[in-house]
Ligand binder design. Structure first.
Ligand code: PLP
Length: 395
């Protein structure tokens, strides 16, 4: 019989010549399980998705309840679907009152596309500014903002009138003018290798956008839902963006994204032409039921309150002379090594020893550590012990 691994390589589209090829049979809490008794402690969370762990019972219960009612019934924005309405309402309750309207999407990239359209229509301007080394998704609009020409050239032409600024550089903010529709920026740059900006930078960015009537759009697709020790990372900077883009951890493991804005901004898509931004599956009722339950779990289990303590434990346990720097905030961390060969060898060693760890798109010399927020102290200690063993062996 042909194995699933062979069928994966033969019949599913490959995104690189070196997929990790780890076969998963099931997942639970902080762990992934393979078909031959393998067990991995997940330090990647499916790339910042499984913030409340895998298959949280409250999420499964909400999904099952919704399965008994209805699946897809119509395109987004027409029928009144309780899971969408309830989730949007609960999400807004967690946000400053400036946020009044939630548009639900399938993914992060789709939230980025929608936000760009809203910003252009609302301001009547065309220019969008993004940051170098950003990652906002792989659709053509989002790819236009990626800030790494190596990923863009083969797919040109992309969107016109996109300019790039250096992330965390106050002097580059001078590029934002009255011609700029929006600045789209990650609250903390993820794929650049977890770069945390200064509070003064974010405040200067907010001021510059106010001065030029430019919309400030925060990508919190990686940083959202408690990952950095606050429900959203903008809370660290004492500023409020005009549009907030969400995905990944939003759905408790189900596919969902969103962008959130004031009603005045969001309403531009409803006329001239009407139906200016539509999606068939965006805000799928099962995903929204899961998202509603997941948000409640984050609050009820006080997961955010534990993030800082767990971050400290990681930093303490990962004290090793070969780790040049631990960058990050909360449970969004990055261990800086020297070379990709080291990162690859340590990741491979960790996987063999039952620890799932990865690296970053624009920073292949650093290890990615972003476990479920539910990870226990004992699991953290075990993970750090294996990572240090790997570093001892290969660095
Ligand atoms: N923005 C950020 C910061 C991301 O990390 C990602 C995905 O990794 C996206 C946007 C795109 O999200 P999706 O893959 O759901 O389209």
């Amino acid at each position: 019989m042909i194995s699933n691994r062979e069928l994966f390589l033969k019949n599913t589209a490959q995104t690189s010549d070196s997929p990790r090829l780890i076969e998963i049979e099931r997942a639970e809490g902080s762990f992934l399980y393979g078909p031959h008794g393998e067990k991995y402690l997940d330090l990647v969370s499916g790339f910042n998705v499984s913030n409340i762990g895998h298959r949280h019972p409250k999420v499964l219960e909400a999904i099952k309840e919704q399965l008994d009612k209805y699946l897809h019934v119509t395109v987004y924005g027409e029928f009144v679907q309780a899971p969408q309405v309830q989730f949007a309402t609960n999400l807004l309750k967690q946000l400053p009152t400036h946020f009044e309207s939630v548009y639900l999407t399938n993914s992060g990239a789709e939230a980025v596309e929608g936000s760009m359209k809203v910003a252009k229509k609302y301001t009547g301007r065309r220019q969008i500014i993004a940051a170098k080394k950003a990652y906002h998704g792989s659709t053509q609009g989002a790819l236009s903002l990626i800030g790494n020409p190596a990923y863009q050239q083969a797919y040109a032409p992309l969107l016109p009138e996109i300019e790039f600024i250096e992330y965390n550089s106050i002097s580059d903010l001078a590029l934002i003018t009255h011609d700029t529709a929006a600045v789209i920026i990650e609250a903390i740059q993820g794929e650049a290798g977890v770069r945390v900006p200064s509070v003064s930078y974010m405040q200067a960015l907010r001021t510059k956008c106010n001065e030029t009537d430019t919309l400030l759009i925060f990508d919190e697709i990686q940083t959202g839902f408690g990952r950095t020790g606050k429900l959203f990372a903008f809370n660290h900077f004492g500023i409020i963006p005009d549009i907030l883009m969400l995905a990944k951890g939003i759905g408790g493991g189900m596919p969902l994204g969103a962008f959130v804005a004031s009603k005045k901004v969001m309403d531009v898509i409803k006329d001239n032409p009407m139906l200016g931004h539509i999606t068939t599956f965006g805000g799928h009722p099962v995903s929204c039921a899961a998202a509603l339950a997941s948000l409640q779990v984050i609050i009820d289990e006080q997961l955010i309150e534990q993030v800082e303590i767990k971050e400290k434990l990681f930093r303490q346990e990962l004290n090793h002379p070969k780790i040049k720097e631990i960058r990050g905030l909360g449970l969004m961390m990055c261990l800086q090594l020297e070379t990709f060969d080291q990162v690859y060898a340590v990741s491979k060693y960790c996987a063999e020893k039952g620890i799932m760890i990865d690296w970053y798109l624009h920073c292949e010399t650093a290890l990615r550590v972003a476990p479920p927020l539910t990870i226990s102290e004992q699991e953290i200690k075990q993970a750090c012990k294996i990572i240090k063993e790997g570093i001892d062996k290969f660095c």
